[in-house]
Design a protein around this ligand. Structure first.
Ligand code: PMP
Length: 329
């Protein structure tokens, strides 16, 4: 038995029970481990889907160039699909991202342009603006724009949602995911709520992002925005893929909570995952502890990527101490 290309191995990731972390909680807590995808993250799902939809609509032609602003994982998903399908890739990213993420994108044949993190999204130097400008300048290029592209949400509606529904035999009661572009949480939640409208969806946001306040008050408050180190979740914009109507609660998690949980997942559960995974689990367990989540309930938490991309940060004691995330001893 073999696959016709690596792209056929995307999806159908395992669902695994947490046994030690959160053992104070009654009820079942499962995690969906997305590093089993060939590009080691949940974003392989949307990389392939955005390219296939663009091909179908004639938006990208053979020999074309894919240009995207990405924190790394979407770039990897796009680069994988582009390698098989014969497209070039140019990615813009921010100087906050792990160097190893950027090196990996270059290893996959992509060109990467690093832009400053702490500028306004509409500043011409921001990674959003640079990606947009390059896509206007370079002929036969395609700018997927994962923030506003409906194929992002649709990929999760077509794959992540149905997988979770089948793997839990329809018994899921609570779905938890980090909120970045919104594609994962919106697409999966839409599918799950269509199967059972009682499924609760809990979004996990970073302290320093606008999402939680926007969800609770409808107000876009720039004062909420401040730098943080958790990669992949939280935003300073409201993307079209973030559908707040599908959310029942939003939990905000700070860097220290996220990273200590990330390390606990490796040591106690054997799950070597990234910082947004620690954030998602921390937020999910806090939700379970402070809500009526009970013994008959079944929660599924998305773990978007692998710890391999964060060895020099979250898994490095010196780096953790420098940021006061670990005690001196
Ligand atoms: N975690 C990581 C590591 C990510 O790269 C992303 C994507 N930005 C997310 C979580 C959030 O997923 P989404 O963009 O689908 O909301």
């Amino acid at each position: 038995m073999y696959y016709n290309s690596i792209l056929e191995t995307i999806g159908n990731t395992p669902l695994v029970k947490l046994n030690t972390v959160g053992d104070d909680i009654e009820g079942t807590v499962l995690v969906k481990v997305e590093y089993f995808n060939p590009g080691q993250s949940v974003k392989d799902r949307i990389g392939l889907k955005m390219i296939e939809d663009a091909e179908e609509k004639g938006l990208i032609k053979p020999g074309g160039t894919i240009i995207e602003g990405t924190s790394g994982n979407t770039g990897m998903g796009l680069a994988l699909a582009a390698a098989i399908k014969g497209y070039d890739c140019i990615f813009t990213t921010t100087d906050k991202q792990s160097k190893s993420k950027i090196d990996i994108l270059r290893a996959m044949g992509a060109k990467v342009k690093v832009c400053p993190t702490n500028v306004e999204p509409d500043d011409p130097r921001s990674y959003y603006s640079v990606a947009k400008r390059l896509s206007e300048e370079i002929p036969n290029s395609y700018y997927p724009n994962q923030y506003d592209n409906p194929s992002n949400t649709q990929a999760h509606y077509e794959t992540t949602g149905p997988e979770i529904w089948e793997q839990t035999e329809g018994k899921i009661t609570h779905y938890v995911a980090g909120m970045g572009t919104g594609g994962t949480i919106s697409g999966t939640s839409k599918y799950l709520k269509e199967q059972n409208k009682h499924v609760q969806t809990i979004g996990v946001d970073s302290v320093g992002s606008v999402y939680k306040k926007y969800f609770e008050t409808g107000e876009f408050d720039k004062n909420e925005i401040h730098p943080y180190l958790t990669e992949g979740i939280g935003e300073d914009i409201i993307p079209e893929n973030m559908d707040f109507d599908l959310l029942d609660a939003v939990m905000q998690v700070n860097d220290k909570e996220a990273f200590l949980m990330t390390r606990a997942l490796a040591k106690k559960e054997g799950l070597f995952v990234g910082g947004s995974c620690g954030a998602a689990v921390h937020g999910a367990l806090e939700y379970a502890r402070t809500s009526d989540f009970g013994k008959d309930d079944l929660m599924v938490i998305i773990l978007p990527d692998s710890g391999a991309r964060y060895v020099s940060k979250i898994f490095n004691d010196d780096w953790m101490r420098e940021h006061d995330f670990l005690d001196a001893d």
